[in-house]
Ligand binder design. Structure first.
Ligand code: AHR
Length: 320
């Protein structure tokens, strides 16, 4: 993934509701991946709120985790002649043809939260986190927390072939590369879901002496971590103590787990991708302003030192 220009935006709860009315009258198609995680549900509701606030007619299509459904939806949006298309690409590859069709139809495409392997000419901008950095922040936290102790890590990866699964793995591996005491001993996809996270963790625990050989879990999202926490408890171990838990997203449930001493760290991913996307679209429609190729959202680390119950209360009404 090449990023020609980058712009960093902050994460603020206030931003979720911020917006202007200048995009009123636009029709925007949104091809969403599905509802695999709490974070995804929040992104969907924030996008709908943002559209409503700005007077945008949002055509929403849920792809139920299938790229073929996303391609079909995008073709439908092109046929309807929408003013712009938002797409959260389930996997990184296979977008050239359909995004080429949108380009030929002069419909600007904005990628939300995930990148693609393909020419940056296929989209106007991408609103997403630096996913390699997210993995790095998680890995650096673990290396620091563990100190010199030997630590076997099990990893729950996101959806195979998705940009966050690829990049969060890379960032974490880079962060632990200099710590010879920290090693990933098992790594498997949990598909970004709670149920799969639990199931795969059960397998890890069985294969690793009931969990006695596992020092830490790194999950590419909080939902898989929450599922895994349940598996760890059912195996008779204490998540957060016997097995450290570090993950990504900062959904309300992980803060509850932190408050209960069952999770140790999370890296925040704002669900407000639509706000910056609509701002960019609005400026483009107004006077042709071309946005930066990537609008980067913040990746903030939270630990139990950050008053997890307070953050839980702040976040729980945001659509997660
Ligand atoms: O692309 C962002 C990731 O997708 C989130 O971290 C995960 O929860 C979601 O399913």
């Amino acid at each position: 993934m090449k990023f020609v220009t980058r712009l960093l935006i902050g994460t603020a709860f206030g931003m979720v509701l911020a917006g202007s009315a200048n995009a009123a009258g636009l029709t925007v198609g949104f091809s969403q991946i599905g509802s695999e995680s709490g974070w995804r549900a929040a992104e969907t509701s924030v996008t709908k709120q943002q559209a409503e606030k700005r007077g945008i007619d949002l055509k929403f299509a849920d792809a139920q985790q299938k790229q073929e459904n996303q391609i079909k939806a995008i073709r439908g949006f092109i046929a309807q002649g929408v003013d712009a298309i938002l797409v959260a690409p389930v996997v990184a590859t296979g977008w050239e043809a359909v995004l080429g069709e949108a380009k030929d139809a002069d419909i600007p495409v904005i990628l939300l939260d995930r990148g693609i392997d393909g020419s940056p000419d296929l989209y106007m901008t991408m609103v997403a986190s630096d996913q390699v950095l997210e993995g790095k922040v998680a890995g650096e936290w673990l290396v620091k927390d563990i100190g010199d102790k030997p630590c076997n890590v099990v990893e729950l990866q996101g959806t195979t072939g998705s940009s966050p699964a690829i990049n969060r793995k890379k960032g974490f591996e880079e962060a632990i590369a200099g710590a010879s005491n920290v090693k990933i001993t098992r790594s498997q996809t949990g598909d970004f879901t709670r149920a799969k996270g639990k199931e795969v963790m059960e397998g890890f625990l069985k294969a690793e002496n009931g969990g006695k050989n596992i020092c830490a879990l790194y999950a590419h999202n909080d939902d898989m971590a929450v599922g895994a926490i349940q598996a760890i408890k059912e195996a008779g171990l204490k998540p957060g103590t016997d097995i450290k838990v570090v993950s990504i997203d900062a959904v309300p449930d992980i803060f509850k787990a932190m408050a209960d001493g069952e999770a140790n760290a999370t890296v925040e991913l704002t669900p407000n991708m639509a706000g910056p996307a609509f701002d960019a679209l609005e400026a483009f429609k107004k006077d042709g302003t071309v946005p930066a190729k990537q609008i980067i959202t913040e990746s903030k680390l939270y630990t139990p030192a950050d008053d997890p119950m307070k953050v839980y209360e702040e976040k729980k009404g945001l659509g997660y």
